[in-house]
Design a protein around this ligand. Structure first.
Ligand code: FE
Ligand code: FE
Ligand code: ZN
Length: 279
């Protein structure tokens, strides 16, 4: 089954996101757990959650992806920012237990001059403080483009974080196509080679989700500016290969292109027309 969806606004709750996904023929979606630039989360409405779960079940929506806000930095130099990150992640994960069995993705962080090694250490420390055995959500590290002092620009850095996490069975990776291309992994000309490296260094069994974005910038630019599919430096042929690749086709795919709901609907229709076997 082709699991395809896009980023949706969580402002009106879970039921609304479910309805929007269905309206564009998506069977999954991503959302921010709270304002991406702010701190406070909306109070969870148990009725909204229950109605969403019923709608999701009836319509085959599953494996939704919650995205942590951008204000988090698990490896900040400032301890109060790390503390804020810890509390926010704990709160997000507690809330996600009301929609169990899904995914929680976050940007590993920026080491802000402390160095990559220190960054990796602090990110693992944060994760060890928020993960617990009873957790029913899988926590994903996102592959980053390497702008500024971002950690997670290489598969080796992500592997180094995973190696330091005690409950690493709760962890996975979300591969963002724009980010890895901007980071210097040539998925346009050598998708098989990049996936082989991912498998050797991290293990493809850790890969749990794909962010499908074209890039406004050239290869290895370390920029992170998303473009509409087929209108950037990756090109539609690359996305066709990705959604059909034997190592990737079982994964959920999420669009984070600069789009509105009808635009996402068109991209999803295009991807379905390019999907082989079970579109
Ligand atoms: Fe992200
Ligand atoms: Fe992303
Ligand atoms: Zn991005």
């Amino acid at each position: 089954m082709f699991q395809i969806g896009c980023h949706l606004s969580a402002a009106k709750g879970f039921l609304q996101m479910g309805r929007e996904a269905i309206s564009i023929k998506a069977n999954t979606f991503q959302f921010f757990t709270r304002n991406p630039r702010g701190g406070n989360a909306k109070e969870l409405d148990p009725r909204d959650v229950a109605e969403f779960l019923a709608l999701a079940k009836a319509n085959g929506i599953h494996q939704i992806l919650a995205h942590a806000p951008y204000t988090l930095n698990a490896c900040a130099a400032n301890p109060s920012i790390r503390d804020f990150t810890h509390r926010t992640m704990l709160d997000d994960l507690a809330r996600l237990e009301s929609v169990p069995g899904n995914l929680y993705n976050f940007h590993p962080g920026s080491h802000v001059g402390q160095g990559t090694e220190k960054g990796i250490e602090l990110i693992a420390e944060t994760l060890n403080g928020v993960l617990s055995k009873s957790l029913r959500t899988t926590v994903l590290l996102e592959t980053m483009s390497g702008k500024g002092s971002e950690v997670g620009r290489s598969f080796e850095e992500l592997r180094a974080i995973l190696d330091r996490v005690e409950l690493s069975e709760k962890m996975g990776v979300c591969l963002d196509t724009c980010h890895v291309y901007d980071a210097g992994y040539d998925i346009v000309h050598d998708l098989d080679g990049v996936l082989a490296r991912f498998d050797t260094i991290i293990g493809l069994n850790r890969l749990k989700a794909i962010h499908l974005n074209d890039s406004k910038n050239p290869f290895s630019s370390h920029k992170d500016r998303h473009e509409l599919l087929g209108q950037g430096s990756l090109g539609m042929r690359t996305f066709e290969r990705i959604i059909n690749h034997p190592s990737l086709r079982h994964l959920p795919f999420y669009l984070e292109t600069p789009n509105d709901l009808p635009g996402y609907g068109q991209e999803i229709a295009t991807l379905k027309s390019l999907r082989q076997g079970d579109a």
